[in-house]
Design a protein around this ligand. Structure first.
Ligand code: ADP
Length: 312
């Protein structure tokens, strides 16, 4: 039987400019992007992918659920009456992208109000969440989600966390750092990005980031670092660095880390060979930053051939 991958978080409505002065609607959000890429590169026999969140009872929420289904992802969505999904608009100015968000009232903020609708989690299932998942919840929701994660881990589920630090979603930096470390403490695998971590935790290098998460309870830390080597450390003392091949023509770095996580996890969870998994992560991220948009259609072969990366 294949494995089950359950991502938890916020999927937003995306309005992006297209020619003719109009906007295209799509759907994206960090944990959703990772679920979407996992679905693209794993076969349905290998991996069942589900997404847990909360939406409203409006037309956009129905479109959002339909988008997930069409992508082959099982939507596990609480419905909040009179609420709507978060949204963001992309502005293009001389080729530079900027974003404006409307998410402070989004339905996803209620995803952990009642976790009886969380799908049943069994031994071997993978549960994936991020610092953004935690940031958008009220404190009670965070505590409920953490209890559910702890129960899932006790059942033998594998908890995976990307800290994805976003100060603008938190009332204070202190809150952000404290809740991030609490979420990471519940997780077996932590997938941080060094630049954010250095900025907010003062880590002197990516090894220091990995060490901080291992000392906090993770079994495996995989620290992404843009064009610099990915640093991998496990509690058994094993570790290595992996140099991604430089990308000459970066088009759009949106979802670099999200796509890395998807390919890393699909590979690592089917065969626990971290170096191969990092190679796959780099290969997919490389493809994604070479194209515009958060969700870039890819095939498994792009990742498996991995011509995009070389080992350090
Ligand atoms: P995030 O998107 O979370 O900030 P990073 O910027 O660290 O994450 O990038 C995630 C991964 O994307 C990196 O580990 C690397 O594999 C790939 N990547 C990002 N930027 C580059 C780049 N300039 N050249 C090559 N690979 C890159």
């Amino acid at each position: 039987m294949g494995k089950r991958f359950l991502a938890i978080g916020e999927c937003m409505v995306e309005f992006s400019p297209v020619p003719e002065g109009t906007y295209a609607i799509s759907f994206a959000g960090d944990t959703f992007n990772t679920a979407w890429y996992a679905r693209q590169i794993a076969t349905p026999e290998e991996l069942e992918v589900s997404y847990f969140s909360a939406v409203g009872d409006d037309a956009l929420s129905r479109q959002l659920a339909g988008f997930m289904e069409d992508a082959g992802i099982f939507p596990k969505l609480r419905t909040i009456p009179n609420a709507a999904p978060g949204m963001y608009m992309i502005f293009l100015n001389n080729g530079e992208r900027s974003f404006q968000y409307w998410r402070s009232q989004s339905a996803a903020r209620h995803l952990a109000d009642d976790l009886t609708e969380l799908p049943e989690i069994s031994s071997g299932d993978v549960v994936y969440f991020s610092g953004i998942t935690v940031a958008i919840l009220p404190e009670g929701g965070r505590e409920r989600l953490f209890r559910a994660m702890t129960d899932a881990a006790d059942q033998g589920a594998r908890i995976v966390f990307d800290p994805n630090l976003r100060p603008c979603l938190w009332p204070s930096l202190e809150d952000m750092c404290r809740w991030t470390m609490s979420a990471a403490a519940l997780s077996e695998i932590v997938l941080p990005s060094f630049e954010d971590e250095a900025c907010h935790f003062g880590d002197k290098d990516a090894d220091a980031t990995a060490t901080r998460y291992l000392e906090n309870g993770a079994r495996l830390a995989v620290v992404k670092n843009g064009q610099d080597p990915v640093v991998v450390r496990g509690i058994d003392g094993d570790g290595f660095r992996y140099q991604p091949e430089p990308v000459a023509d970066i088009v759009d770095t949106t979802a670099a880390g999200d796509s890395f996580n998807a390919a890393f996890l699909v590979e690592y969870l089917s065969r626990p060979r971290p170096r191969e998994a990092v190679r796959a992560g780099c290969a997919l991220a490389r493809r994604v930053i070479g194209s515009r948009g958060a969700l870039v259609p890819v095939s498994r072969i792009d990742v498996i051939t991995g011509k995009a990366c070389q080992s350090a």
